[in-house]
Design a protein around this ligand. Structure first.
Ligand SMILES: [Zn+2]
Length: 401
């Protein structure tokens, strides 16, 4: 029914959008709730197939949702203007790091955007149609995510993403609803993977967000904006310590390994909206989904409104050399200082994947230490020779939390 729109920007879409804009943004924007006395935040206003309709939640969700705060004007709105006045320049070509002269580089640069091109946002519905994942991700086809009381995570994610979409479109943003299968090298201004958690501990609750291991400045800024909006909008607690390596190693971020992943220059984050297995979280996720969607939309719009579309360098994730542990072994520490706690001792020659660097230290992920990245002094590492064909890369196996 809903198919991912290819990364290209159909002219017809642009023309239609500009026509809307020129005819007055008010026509496209969602009217305030006050102008819609008949509209109710209750299940009646929910899209067909709303999770609210599930009998399992009828009692739990007997209390009607609060008036939809998402109808408030969104802050940080990137108001689409006629092309004649908006006319943003295409992103400046960034300095591609360390591409040897004359040598073919695999480092792409942000694709130029034609003047007046509206921002494009990909909302990925976590686990949606995961059975259709391509061969390269076949091992994730059975990964259907969390569930509670007969509602799958994909259903919840789809409900929320479907509510975010019109909020963004009302502000002139082109939105792709993307299933588990990401279009090849998906090129957009924002990519947000929508997920929800489940736990055997029903007390586990709260939201969290992560960027990829190697995050561009744009991805960081996107996460900060979405987090700043989502917390207050949802009213859910921040599960601050809960970010897992599985989030940072999300398969859709892994353009090094997968064709069906975001482009290197697409700022991407993964959001865990809250826990389906916690009653208080569920009351918001299922009972007040417009608060949830409104928070995400507001954060995305704030990011789009404050970014510099000409700052192509902001889109480039940092690159580090391929590294392995030197002949004397290495000590992985919790902080980049000599007296910090020891996370692990690594044997000589083991490969590590660098995710950050400060003076004299690399923060790395090591396969031998599955869940905890740590810091290693630079002089305990050597630059690894090119990997022999068939050797697994040091980068952690991509995951689908
Ligand atoms: Zn998930």
């Amino acid at each position: 029914m809903i198919k991912p729109v290819p990364a290209g920007r159909p002219l017809a879409l642009l023309v239609a959008l500009l026509a809307l804009v020129l005819s007055g943004c008010g026509g496209a924007a969602a009217p305030p709730a006050a102008q819609q006395p008949a509209a109710s935040p209750s299940p009646a206003a929910a899209p067909a197939g709303s999770l609210l309709a599930r009998p399992a939640y009828a009692a739990e969700l007997a209390q009607p949702a609060e008036p939809t705060p998402t109808r408030r004007p969104l802050v940080g709105v990137r108001t689409a203007e006629p092309a004649a006045t908006a006319a943003p320049e295409p992103p400046a070509a960034p300095d591609a790091p360390a591409a040897a002269p004359g040598k073919a580089t695999t480092i792409p640069t942000p694709s130029p955007r034609a003047a007046g091109t509206p921002p494009r946002v990909g909302l990925q519905v976590g686990h949606w149609k995961s059975n259709e994942l391509p061969e390269e991700l076949a091992r994730l086809r059975n990964n259907t995510g969390a569930s509670y009381g007969g509602v799958s995570e994909a259903e919840l994610n789809l409900d929320i993403a479907s509510r975010i979409k019109p909020l963004l479109e009302a502000q002139g943003v082109v939105v792709d609803l993307i299933p588990a299968t990401v279009p090849p090298s998906y090129d957009a201004d924002v990519f947000v993977a929508i997920h929800a958690d489940g736990s055997s501990r029903s007390s586990a609750r709260g939201w969290k967000m992560a960027t990829p291991w190697r995050a561009s400045r744009a991805a960081q800024a996107l996460m900060e904006n979405v987090a700043a909006a989502y917390g207050p909008a949802s009213g859910l607690p921040h599960d601050a310590g809960g970010v897992t390596v599985n989030m940072k190693g999300y398969y859709a971020f892994n353009y090094r390994r997968h064709v069906h992943a975001i482009a290197r220059t697409t700022p991407g984050i993964i959001v865990e909206l809250g826990f389906m297995t916690n009653a208080a979280d569920r009351a918001v996720l299922f009972g007040q989904p417009d608060r949830v969607a409104g928070g995400i939309a507001q954060g995305i719009l704030a990011y789009l409104g404050q970014r510099d579309p000409n700052d192509g360098a902001a889109l480039l994730p940092p690159e580090y050399p391929s590294l392995r542990v030197g002949p004397g072994g290495a000590t992985m520490r919790a902080e980049p200082r000599e007296n910090a706690g020891v996370v692990a001792r690594l044997r000589a020659d083991s490969r590590v994947f660098a995710i950050d660097r400060v003076e004299g230290w690399y923060r790395v992920y090591a396969r031998d230490v599955p869940n905890t990245p740590g810091w290693i002094r630079e002089d305990q590492l050597v630059v690894a020779p090119p990997t022999a064909p068939g050797t697994p890369p040091a980068e952690p196996t991509s995951t689908n939390p």
